[in-house]
Design a protein around this ligand. Structure first.
Ligand code: URA
Length: 199
């Protein structure tokens, strides 16, 4: 943990942080993963999305949220005018995960792994300088809030890493539970309202 703190703390740009994090290589996590997945999207975006960990497709491409859940995530944020490939930072979206490597066998990240990578995530938020965070599912709530129970947490603004943060249900959950999309839509509107300065 001390090493992670030092590596993360020494990074002064996102590129340096990516290099430092990739060099960290916790053995267990590296085992099953093909690629390091740092982040994707528009540097300077006002909204930073934090997911759980790369899945199969993300592991192949080395980019977060590019599989089915990621496609839904893109459609969700497009509905409020935000995109990871936006030219204008104002309409940008910046995306990362708590873990940059796919856990072996696609299992859930373990609490110890989340804790191990936390210094990198904290620094990632500092260097990306978003105005607000969206915490997608339980894993980023554990990392940023030390709380879980996403179905209770979702939809209410809290503070994480010193910023306003909105827990939302994960798009992979929404794919399995289409009826939950209505609530997620409300949560997206709450992000849009905060961007507009009306919330
Ligand atoms: N699920 C996540 O939490 N993150 C990804 O990058 C892909 C799927």
């Amino acid at each position: 943990a001390a090493l992670a703190e030092r590596l993360a703390g020494d990074a002064t740009t996102l590129a340096e942080l990516a290099a430092a994090q990739e060099s960290f290589e916790p053995i267990e996590l590296r085992k099953g993963a093909r690629n390091f997945c740092f982040a994707d999207g528009r540097a300077g975006a006002r909204v930073m999305v934090i997911g759980e960990a790369p899945g199969e497709e993300e592991d192949m491409q080395g980019r977060p949220f590019v599989g089915r859940a990621g496609q839904l995530l893109d459609r969700m944020f497009a509905a409020i005018g935000l995109a990871r490939d936006a030219v204008d930072a104002e309409r940008g979206l910046y995306i990362t995960n708590v873990l940059p490597w796919r856990p072996p066998g696609n299992r859930r990240p373990e609490p110890a792994e989340i804790a191990l990578m936390l210094p990198f995530l904290r620094r990632h938020v500092e260097l990306a300088q978003p105005e607000m965070l969206v915490l997608m599912g339980n894993t980023p709530c554990i990392a940023g809030l030390n709380r879980q129970g996403i179905l209770k947490l979702r939809g209410q603004w809290v503070e994480a890493f010193g910023l306003p943060a909105l827990p939302m249900t994960h798009p992979a959950y929404l794919l399995r539970t289409p009826l939950a999309k209505r609530e997620a839509w409300g949560d997206l509107l709450s992000v849009a309202a905060r961007l507009d300065g009306t919330a």
